[in-house]
Design a protein. Structure first.
Ligand SMILES: Cc1cc2nc3c(=O)[nH]c(=O)nc-3n(C[C@H](O)[C@H](O)[C@H](O)COP(=O)(O)OP(=O)(O)OC[C@H]3O[C@@H](n4cnc5c(N)ncnc54)[C@H](O)[C@@H]3O)c2cc1C
Length: 481
C-alpha cells in the first residue's frame, strides 16, 4: 500500500492484499508501527482524530518512560533490574497487578527505551534530579522539556517518512472482522463521510486508549473519580473494549485509573508532582494538610476530590520553583499567571484566602517535620528540605487522566479470551489493554501509562513479525530485545 486513503468502496479482499498490520490509534501505537516496519512489515495506522498530535494522551503526557536496567542507569551508577521493577509494581499495587504483565513490561522496559533512543532517535536520558514515589531508584527516562507533544511529533515525523507505513487520518476503527477460524481477517474503518472500508490484514493492534472520555463507563467503573475533571484525550471512548468484548476477549482491572491531584485551577495546566517531591505541601481549604503527599499523585486525585470544595493549594518556595523549571508543564503553569507569592504565611493566607492561623500552624508544623524535629502525623517521611524564604502557592484540582483497565493480553500483547487463549491476530496496547496498576488509583506508578502503551505496541510488532517470518520460511531472524 502506498499513499494515504484507499478506495473506501474497495470491499473485502484476502489478507495477502492488505498490510501485515493495522494499528488503530496514533499514540503509543506509533511505536508498534515503527517497530513492525523496521522488520520489513507493511503497516497502516488509522487515527480517529485530526487533532491527535495535541489531543491524545501521549501528546499530553510528561513523557516519563521507565526503563529498568537501562544503559543510562548503568552510566549513572544506578543498580536496577526488571526484578526490582516488578517488586516496585507489586509493592505499589499491594500485590494486585497482573504478574505476567508486570514481568513482561518490566522486562521490556529497558530494551524499549534503548530502542526508542537508538532506532527511533528519541533524545532520551535518565531523570536524576528527583525520583517519583514508588520507584526504588531513578528509573524514568525523558526528553528535553519533559513533554509528550515533542515525543509524538517526533514519532509522527518518523512514521510519515517511512515507506512501509501509511497513516490514515481521520479514520476510525469501528470493528475487526474475523474468519470462521476466529482469526483476524480485516480492520473495519469508518471515514468522516460515513463511508466504511474493510482493510484486509492478519493483525490488528488496538491502541485506541481506554474509556476515560465515556462518562457512562467512567461512572460505572470509577465512581470515586467520576465527578472530577477529565484531563485526557477526547477519543478515549472505549472503542477497543467494545470491539474486543464482541470478539470474546477477557477484560480486567476496569476499576483502575491514573488520577492526578495537581491540575492548576483557572489554567488547566499540570503543576506536576515534582513540586511535592522537592518538598512542597498540599493543603485543603481549611489550610491543613490531609495526608502523605509523597505516596503518589494518582491516589491524591480522589483524596483531594473528597475534601471540602474538592480543591486545595500546593505551597512551594523559590528553590522548588527553580527545581521545577525543566518541566514544560510547570513553566506553562507559571506563564498562565496562576501562582501567587508572599513573603510569609500571613501574606500567603491573604493571597490565597486560606484561614491565616491554620495555614501558619500547618507551615510551621511541616517545617519542623522536614527538619526532623518530630515525625509527621500523616506519615510523610520524604522531605527534601523545609520550605524557606518566600512562599508561592497554586490552587489545584483533581483530575482523571486515563483508565488502566481493558483487554487482557499475554506476554506478546496478544488479546486473550477468558480461557487465556489468543484471539489470533488481535493485539492491544496502552489504555486499550489492562495495565499493571492493580485496582483503583493507588497502584499507579509513574510510567505505568506510557510503558504499556509503547511496550505492548513494541511486543505486538515483534510477534506479528515473528509470525510473518514463520509463514515466509525458517530463514528470517527473530527480533532481538
Ligand atoms: C497530563 C498527563 C500526563 C501524563 N504523563 C505520563 C507520564 O509521564 N508517563 C506515563 O507513563 N504516562 C503518563 N500519562 C499517561 C499516558 O499519557 C497514557 O497512558 C498513554 O499516553 C496512553 O497511550 P495510548 O497510546 O494508549 O493512548 P493515546 O496516546 O491517547 O492514543 C490513542 C489514540 O487512539 C485514537 N483513537 C481512539 N479511538 C480510535 C478508533 N476507534 N480508531 C482509530 N483511532 C482511535 C485517539 O484519537 C488517540 O490518538 C499522562 C497522562 C496525562 C493526561
Amino acid at each position: 500500500m502506498t499513499g494515504t486513503v484507499r478506495d473506501a468502496m474497495a470491499g473485502p479482499a484476502p489478507a495477502e492484499d492488505g498490510p501485515d498490520l493495522v494499528v488503530a490509534g496514533a499514540g503509543g501505537g506509533l511505536a508498534g508501527a515503527l517497530r513492525a516496519a523496521e522488520q520489513g512489515l507493511s503497516v497502516v495506522v488509522v487515527e480517529a482524530s485530526e487533532h491527535f498530535r495535541r489531543g491524545n494522551n501521549t501528546s499530553m503526557s510528561t513523557a516519563m518512560f521507565p526503563g529498568a536496567g537501562s544503559r543510562w542507569q548503568a552510566e549513572a551508577g544506578v543498580g536496577d533490574s526488571a526484578e526490582r521493577f516488578v517488586d516496585d509494581i507489586m509493592a505499589k499495587t499491594g500485590g494486585r497487578a497482573d504478574p505476567r504483565l508486570a514481568r513482561t513490561l518490566a522486562g521490556v522496559s529497558a530494551p524499549l527505551v534503548e530502542w526508542l533512543a537508538d532506532s527511533v532517535e528519541l533524545p532520551l536520558s535518565l531523570v536524576t534530579d528527583f525520583n517519583y514515589p514508588g520507584h526504588a531508584v531513578p528509573r524514568c527516562h525523558s526528553v528535553p522539556g519533559r513533554h509528550g507533544s515533542s515525543v509524538l511529533d517526533h514519532l509522527v515525523r518518523r512514521v510519515r517518512e517511512h515507506p512501509l507505513i501509511d497513516l490514515l487520518v481521520p479514520a476510525r476503527l469501528v470493528d475487526v472482522a474475523t474468519g470462521p477460524d476466529g482469526a483476524v481477517r480485516a480492520a473495519v474503518v469508518r471515514y468522516p463521510d460515513g463511508g466504511e472500508e474493510e482493510i484486509p490484514t492478519r493483525a490488528v493492534l488496538l491502541a485506541t486508549n481506554g474509556f476515560g472520555a465515556d462518562r457512562e463507563l467512567v461512572g460505572r467503573h470509577l465512581p470515586e473519580i467520576a465527578g472530577a475533571l477529565y484531563q485526557g484525550g477526547d477519543q478515549s471512548l472505549g472503542d477497543a473494549l467494545r470491539i474486543g468484548e464482541r470478539l470474546g476477549a477477557a477484560t480486567g482491572f476496569l476499576d483502575a485509573y491514573q488520577g492526578h491531584g495537581a491540575i492548576a485551577a483557572n489554567a488547566g495546566t499540570l503543576v506536576g508532582w515534582a513540586t511535592i517531591i522537592h518538598g512542597a505541601v498540599l493543603v485543603d481549604l481549611g489550610g491543613r494538610r490531609f495526608g502523605d503527599e509523597t505516596r503518589g499523585y494518582s491516589e491524591y486525585a480522589a483524596e483531594l476530590a473528597a475534601r471540602p470544595g474538592g480543591t486545595g493549594w500546593i505551597v512551594l518556595d523559590e528553590v522548588i520553583f527553580e527545581q521545577c523549571q525543566p518541566f514544560q508543564d510547570f513553566r506553562d503553569t507559571v506563564e498562565s499567571g496562576v501562582l501567587v507569592w508572599a513573603d510569609d504565611a500571613a501574606g500567603l493566607a491573604e493571597a490565597t484566602g486560606l484561614p491565616a492561623a491554620a495555614l501558619a500552624a500547618e507551615l510551621a508544623d511541616a517545617a519542623a517535620v522536614a527538619r526532623g524535629e518530630r515525625p509527621d502525623e500523616h506519615g510523610r517521611a520524604n522531605w527534601e528540605r523545609p520550605l524557606s524564604g518566600r512562599y508561592a502557592a497554586v490552587r489545584v484540582l483533581p483530575a482523571l487522566f486515563h483508565t488502566q483497565g481493558g483487554l487482557m493480553v499475554d506476554e506478546h500483547a496478544a488479546v486473550v479470551d477468558p480461557g487465556d487463549r489468543r484471539i489470533p491476530g488481535l493485539y492491544a496496547a496502552g489504555g486499550a489493554a489492562a495495565g499493571v496498576s492493580g485496582h483503583g488509583a493507588a497502584g499507579y506508578l509513574p510510567g505505568n501509562g506510557l510503558l504499556p502503551a509503547f511496550g505492548l505496541a513494541y511486543l505486538a510488532a515483534d510477534d506479528v513479525a515473528r509470525r510473518a517470518a514463520g509463514r515466509a520460511g525458517p530463514a528470517a531472524p527473530a527480533p532481538v530485545h
